[in-house]
Design a protein around this ligand. Sequence first.
Ligand SMILES: [Zn+2]
Length: 426
Amino acid sequence: MMQPKSSCPTWIGYTGDYISEEDIINVARKHALKNALDYGTAKAGPVISKVFAEIPDSKKDRAKTAELVNSIVEWVNGLSRSEVELEVSKYTFPEKKQREGLPDLQWVTAGMHVNTRFAPNPSGFLHIGHAKVAILCDEYAKKYSGKFYVRLEDTDPKTKKPILKAYTSIVEDVEWLGCNIAEVIKQSDRMELYYSYAEKLIESGMAYVCTCDKETMHSNRLNGIECKCRSLDAKENMERWKKMMSSYKEGEAVLRLKTDMSHSNVSVRDWVMFRIIDEEHPLTKDKYRVWPLYNFAAAIDDHELGINLVIRGKEHEINQMKQEYVFKDFGWEKPHILEVGVLKVKGEMAHKSDIRRAIAEGRLSGWDDPRAPTIMGFRNRGIKPEAIRKYVIGSGIGKNDSYLDMQKLSAIGRALEHHPKEDVEA
Ligand SMILES: [Zn+2]
């Protein structure tokens, strides 16, 4: 039964004609070689299983099959690495199906939909970092048959003054990236909604209008001291709230949420929900002067839109802490948070302000200049949205920041051109 090491066993001890000897030797050889290639040494057990699976009749005489496989495994293990490689190359193996798409979310139960939102400020244009968050949000909504919203956070007409063109360009960019937008929400359309929730908090004594000057309040918060406004009753606070709408001047009064004046993070202590801004808004003009801050409007909208997954960068950790108070006060269920690393670009165009300066100095023709790391720039550079999606999804959801690897992105783009039918939606 011993076989010469120089050639593969050809002996077979089966009786009867129920099995093709050639087939079984071929199958055993193929898997023994592959096993040796993958693990250094071939093992009989896994090879026998493969033979049983591919040729069920081989199970009719298990002892004989095992004996045959053992002798083939022994032969394979006597080959050198290069001989194994040469022998393996004579066979074709089905490609192991690569796990595509994003990892499952552990908290999602059967039949649950995942709703997400991408919430940029229309005071500028989208860059490649935004693309990552938008694609991840869209992809999870698709994966769990939920809704993906684009929410334009435009409630700061002064320091983040909205640009009219940005409202349309953001939506165009997100659509170009292949995202399926359920609805575009403009926060400046929802002011009455924010007011009504603010009034509920005032009525229940959870929010108060603070008229202390900046310095006093700064020192109070730093030292954990409650100001006199904090203990005023709801009726008085409601009157002061109405005065914010009419008579108080900008900077004279703000609406604060009662949080915890001894919170370990000073900025969380009774944070500001609303302030007065006497500046014309490009859409609502002078209709409103009391504007919600980001954290209040975002919390209300996340609840109202049924967002149950928020994908955000590490820089929003404190904002999340602040927003949790709103959810707690209203008794709402908090969305799940997925913290992801930021996708950055290297070089002199790393920040929005760099791009802005380059445009001002004439080094770039505009936000859509192909040299700009904006979505519009990438589009004009001829980069395909499918490549960006594949890059982002393939990079996964790690917490570490990363730099855009242009070579990798281009390689994905070229591969897509050669295999245009490939399903890049994963
Ligand atoms: Zn005060």
